[in-house]
Design a protein around this ligand. Sequence first.
Ligand code: F6R
Length: 609
Amino acid sequence: MCGIVGYVGEREASGVLVHGLQLLEYRGYDSAGLAVLANGDVSVRRSVGKLKNLENLLAVEPLPGKSGIGHTRWATHGRPSEANAHPHRAGRVVLIHNGIIENFLELRAELQASGREFSSETDTEIVAHLIDDEMARGRDLAAATRAAIARLEGSFALVVMSSDEPGKLFAAKSATPIVIGLGDGENFVASDVPALLDYTRDMLFLEDGEMAEISSAGVRLSLFDGTPVEREPRRITWDPVTAQKSGYKHFMLKEINEQPQATIDTMRGRLLVESGDVTLEDLESSNDWWNQVERIDLVACGTAWHACLVGKFFIEKLARVPCNVDYGSEFRYRDPILDGRGMLLAVSQSGETADTLAAVEAARAAKVRTAAICNVVDSSIARRSDAVLYTHAGPEISVASTKAFVTQLTALLLIAIHIGRRRGTLAADASGELIESLLHLPGPMRDALAMADEIDALARRYVNAENFLFVGRGLNYPIALEGALKLKELSYIHAEGYPAGELKHGPIALISETMPVVVLLPKNGAYAKTLSNMKEVESRGGQIIVVTDVDDPAVEEVANDVIRVPTVHSLLMPIILSIPLQLLSYFVAVHRGTDVDQPRNLAKSVTVE
Ligand code: F6R
């Protein structure tokens, strides 16, 4: 999830590139860089931190020239540093990359064995070396890029240039977006439309497996194997703000819709389908702990805390390690048992949440081993933990967490499978079945997202409710808590989540005709018992909205509304059930006219106690 811009034409390239990168600033970044060709040479400027730092550098060391590439980095492999910032250079090749090269360790070993030296920790630099290697064998830039791409596994949007072929850029796409902007005597390339809107509205979108040769005279599309591709440009009529949201009305809706891809990115390179195992290189150094640990403290705040509740279920079920789930703000003050037999697993999207960070520090002070699940690379929690598993969900801009939550669930499940397999509590066939289901999960997730219009209509019916209850059981009970949290933070409606079995111990007193109750009723989640809880609500006049994967007349009879979701493996149902609840909160908030992306009183990253 980085920002990419490229330019060829008659303007000063650096101005176009910096302006494009400014328009991608909303993606968040940790370093930036530019490469521009002049007098037969490509010069590079890079700097860590905000784009302003790069702009300051360019003021002192300008980059004149009419063609170039620019990049803002959102770190995946290697911490944010000048050496890891793009563009990367190898010999005569300079390139920028967005995505993850999964087989980069093997490729690096091979290139190192042939005498190549690396100046960064990134997967990207490998690609520059591969292309340069091919050029050294006499191939031109196009052929060398094709040959290098054929060796890559993973996802990539690449833009490549070389002093050997001035005035040309090559772009290639596999599972990561690339758009080409068509001008008059000039052409552009970017990761996202907003970077180009001030120059052109005529765009060509590359498809997976396609390359583009871009010069000031024109753009030629082809498949990776060289077969020419013909495509008509599209005229983009979005205003600049809509463009930043890829055409969605809000970042939240964009991020909800990004969840299938974000889940793929969390799993990428970590599932070993044949052996039914999960490999977590990032946690490799902690392998021994997983074997020895007698207790895991899962610590987080807010939505991430809900992910931990599901994580406890995953880890206890698959790995049989007892788990305790704590709020960061509670853990640090409650004199927890911190000894060598336990470990702490912190979960945080931002990696900067003060209370969660304090829990990590408390564990460190007590010499307890720590691991973290984070989205933001090199964030404080990631740096302070002994091991870290990144979710790779890309920047989450909406304050209300959605794709970060779903990818935290995915990461927790990967950890549970990993520990379960190591400790011998999870048989290969059961884990194989789970991995197979994980691989197919993006499909049902997309089917759940396709229910948006239906959920919008439902939201309109309940928009004036002042209270809501959400109930679920087992590993889906935390999803009820999360559904209630999303609704209250977005629409300011009072909402509570409960285990369905708890209703009769108090909350049932709240039930009346004005109380909508959202019931999570998956087939495998104590179905009959939850159904009888629903009947208790019905007999007290409550309005019942059921989210289920079951087609059962008994449900239709009792429910006022039924949202039917796809069936997946029972351990994956929390992910599927989350989607309609996110959409429900989103549409209720839209119809109540609240500020969806920045709800009142909330901040994206809570860095104070
Ligand atoms: C709710 C939400 C918050 C965060 C919480 C922890 O939608 O986003 O509850 O989950 O503030 O944040 P991170 O995950 O950054 O530690």
